[in-house]
Ligand binder design. Structure first.
Ligand SMILES: C[S@@+](CC[C@H](N)C(=O)[O-])C[C@H]1O[C@@H](n2cnc3c(N)ncnc32)[C@H](O)[C@@H]1O
Length: 165
């Protein structure tokens, strides 16, 4: 059974600067967290922060895909993905910093995640990683910003790879 949370809140280009979203994501994350598009808001979590923007509050300033491909440290319990949701948003809101090709990002994400870990993804879709990558949807968070503004959807997917495969 997939859980569902519905939260009314304002929209901000730095998603986690909105208190209700920040509190929701802090509650959903488990253990050691890779915050791959970290932005400016530190979370009350044990997080490794990455963001290409030199003004972000980050431990690493790498392209997200390059980060996943080169990470040699311990695997994470949670990966948090809050990229620019569309090409136009990258250009208008994030200094033209472009998100890495998202399909490739999804293919690599499992490699940095412990079996049993979570991927939490913000965007416009409810299923992101999907069962073909061995991710199972546990919860959807729907953040309603009111009026004609698009809702933000967060998906919480559990990584359950077939061990030995
Ligand atoms: C929607 S904002 C979210 C930021 C953060 N989650 C927050 O709430 O403040 C997207 C972030 O992704 C960063 N970004 C965009 N493309 C990137 C890339 N290819 N690799 C790493 N960071 C990137 C931007 O600099 C921006 O801070």
């Amino acid at each position: 059974m997939t859980g569902f949370d519905f939260i009314k809140c304002p929209l901000h280009r730095y998603t986690f600067s909105v208190r209700s979203i920040r509190e929701w994501v802090e509650k959903e994350c488990e253990g050691k967290v890779l915050n791959l598009f970290a932005g400016r808001t530190k979370l009350a979590l044990d997080e490794v922060r990455n963001d290409l923007d030199d003004e972000a509050t980050a431990d690493y300033r790498m392209d997200a895909l390059a980060f996943l491909r080169t990470w040699k440290g311990e695997k994470f319990d949670t990966i948090l993905l809050d990229p620019p949701y569309a090409f136009r948003k990258s250009m208008e809101l994030y200094k033209g910093i472009l998100c890495s090709p998202f399909r490739q990002l999804k293919d690599e994400a499992g490699k940095a995640l412990k079996p049993g870990g979570k991927a939490i993804t913000f965007g416009y879709h409810s299923v992101v990683m999907g069962i073909n990558r061995h991710f199972f949807l546990e919860k959807v968070g729907l953040f309603s910003h009111g009026g004609a503004i698009h809702d933000t959807i967060a998906s919480v997917e559990r990584y359950l790879p077939v061990i030995g495969n």
